[in-house]
Design a protein. Structure first.
Length: 626
């Protein structure tokens, strides 16, 4: 059905933007029985809710009038969780209220507060802002909300999740008693219901789509990937779909930074969005995406909240979201306004059960496959080139003259070959990738070298023997955190308060990115700086994992306790240590050395080559003599 609005100015604005049919949420909030009423609306991201509440408050502010009165104290207040969403809302309301003479002012963190103060003093019909900045203006007397007729809380659940409850309550307490209050939220947890009961009167509950129902215009795909090939798979997916705009989600700032650099090196026009960027950098990145200078955005969930990227056709989850709600929020960046979109989850074998659980909870069904191969990308490139409309367009005069000169000098085959080379040269090359197969929770990464690990990269974790650290559970934990197999892990050294371990050099960078994407309760993992870990006090020593005997020292399988100075008491003979004269309370099982070094003997670990000097005094067992 067509839009049914009593305001001629708003009707003209909608027609000018080619809004012919309202979305379900727009139809619901402008129905005749909703005029002037408080509403509690559950609607997904991308459902057209900004225009919906813009029309709803229009009934309150304009009625059947042609234009708004002269701007003074604001008549409506829209509160949004992030500056990006607030600025996006301002842009939408500017065109919607243009013919009505609406003056829309934004007040958001990261912008010049003095400039905002001047704009408020000049008068506004609608103020759009973030909770913290709005409260600041209220406390400083810069924002007069005594004339408010309508208040909108957009993405109220996000505002509560981000810790803005106190600011919201402060603002709402300061608003007039008589007003229309609209509360929009993607989900309806108990906190939202409590907020509605406290600040709304006889609110009309509108639920446009059931909770956690997948977007109808989004095609979901789940792609099996080897943990080592996640970045290559992202490259091939971007090349396979060739969407006009794409967003790639990572779970940490470090992952965003690393993946953005990787894509830029491969020739993609990519920008990053994460919490470490300043507001000016964020604005420049978003503008590059909107005007087409950049086609790929790599972002974290928090940094992408509220942003609107027109023409976004592809969402890639380089790392799985933490929950089903995040999956829906991420995927909702595409498939908007009736356009189709694709959401792709990259799933290592060890994370398949997690992915299946997320999709089941979000009520979406995905097509499973391996990553697009380089050959598949090249075939699509050929098809796209043959169907390129520029090949069938009539050339301009100067182009025709140049074409004639080229044909006079080169054969058609030479020209066609050169055209193919030029076409391919502007495209990032696809990567060779493998399909790890139909694993269900098993680790099915391709076989890797089991050569000695010498020269690997060391990492540290703040758990040691005082917290009962043991290789039996440390090894699986490291594998899970870094998406690795046992053969990727070298020596493990357990100290009193921490554990250090070695990862194969080629995997170190990707391991750190994965390991830092920790879940609640996980031990943090960071690179080891080479400093000596804390040891037990003198006389107590530690387990010698790969420690060395001094010249002439023998071990008879007993335990010896000794402090600094090279003395060993018990069944072991005295001897000076290979490492600076210190001999800890090591446990040696039948080994002896003449200045030699014992290697770790824990099953499944590669020994440390002599060139890789590990820290000393750690827990472990010396390898028995053969």
């Amino acid at each position: 059905m067509p839009f049914d609005t009593s305001s001629p100015a708003l009707a003209r604005a909608l027609a000018g933007q080619n809004y012919d049919e309202p979305t379900p949420v727009q139809s619901a909030v402008i129905a005749p029985d909703t005029a002037g009423r408080d509403m509690l609306v559950s609607a997904q991201t991308g459902s057209g809710k900004t225009v919906a509440y813009g029309l709803a408050i229009g009934e309150t502010l304009l009625g059947a009038e042609e234009s708004l009165p002269r701007a003074g104290a604001p008549l409506a207040l829209v509160i949004a969780p992030t500056r990006e969403l607030a600025l996006q809302v301002q842009r939408e309301l500017l065109w919607l209220y243009k013919d009505a003479g609406g003056r829309i002012v934004s007040c958001v963190g990261g912008m010049d507060p003095i400039k905002e103060k001047r704009q408020l003093m000049d008068g506004a019909h609608i103020v759009v802002g973030t909770p913290g900045r709005l409260r600041d203006h209220l406390e400083r007397g810069r924002l007069d909300i005594s004339a408010l007729a309508a208040v909108v809380l957009d993405e109220a659940d996000e505002m509560l999740d981000l810790g803005f409850r106190e600011d919201l309550e402060f603002i709402l307490e300061a608003t007039p008693e008589e007003k229309q209050t609209l509360l929009f939220s993607a989900t309806m947890p108990r906190d939202i219901a409590n907020l509605a009961r406290r600040y709304q009167r006889d609110a009309l509950r509108i639920e446009v789509a059931g909770k956690k129902v997948g977007h109808a215009d989004i095609e979901y795909r789940a792609v099996r990937v080897s943990p080592r090939e996640i970045e290559h798979s992202v490259v091939n997916l971007l090349r396979f779909f060739e969407a006009p705009g794409a967003i790639v989600f990572c779970n940490t700032r470090e992952a965003v930074r690393h993946l953005t650099a990787t894509l830029q090196e491969r020739g993609f026009s990519a920008v990053a969005l994460s919490g470490e960027l300043g507001q000016n950098e964020r604005n420049l990145a978003l503008q590059a995406l909107r005007d087409g200078r950049a086609r790929v955005c790599v972002a974290t969930d928090v940094a992408a909240r509220g942003i609107d990227l027109p023409g976004l056709g592809l969402v890639i989850h380089a790392e799985l979201p933490h929950d089903a709600e995040s999956l829906q929020h991420r995927s909702g960046r595409t498939g908007r306004a009736g356009r189709k979109g694709v959401s792709v989850l990259l799933v290592p074998p060890s994370r398949r059960r997690k992915a299946e659980g997320l999709m089941a909870e979000a009520r979406v069904t995905a097509q499973w496959s391996g990553p697009p191969t380089a050959e598949e990308v090249r075939v699509l490139d050929q098809e796209r080139m043959l169907s390129d409309p520029q090949l069938s367009e009539l050339p301009a005069t100067e182009d025709a003259d140049l074409a004639a000169a080229l044909m006079a000098q080169y054969s058609p085959q030479e020209l066609a070959s050169a055209l193919v080379r030029l076409y391919r040269a502007r495209l990032p090359a696809p990567e060779e990738v493998t399909d790890p197969g139909e694993g269900r929770g098993r680790r099915e990464a391709p076989a890797r070298s089991s050569a000695p690990m010498g020269g690997g990269t060391w990492f540290r974790m703040p758990v040691g023997r005082r917290k009962n650290a043991d290789p039996k559970w440390l090894l699986p934990l490291i594998c899970r955190r870094g998406n690795l197999t046992k053969s990727d892990i070298g020596a493990i050294r357990i100290f009193d308060n921490e554990t250090i371990f070695e990862i194969a050099e080629p995997l170190a960078e990707s391991f750190l990115v994965s390991a830092r994407a920790s879940e609640a309760g996980d031990y943090p993992i960071e690179p080891h700086d080479g400093s000596q870990p804390e040891r037990r006090p003198q006389g107590r020593g530690g387990y010698g994992h790969g420690g060395g005997h001094g010249a002439g020292g023998h071990s008879h399988g007993g335990r010896g306790k000794g402090g600094p100075g090279g003395k060993s008491h018990g069944a072991s003979n005295a001897g000076n240590s290979h490492h600076g004269g210190q001999y800890g309370a090591g446990r040696h099982e039948g080994g002896q050395g003449a200045g030699g070094q014992h290697q770790p003997s824990v099953r499944g670990w590669s020994p440390v080559a002599p060139s890789a000097k590990a820290p000393r005094g750690a827990k472990g067992k010396a390898r028995p003599r053969g």
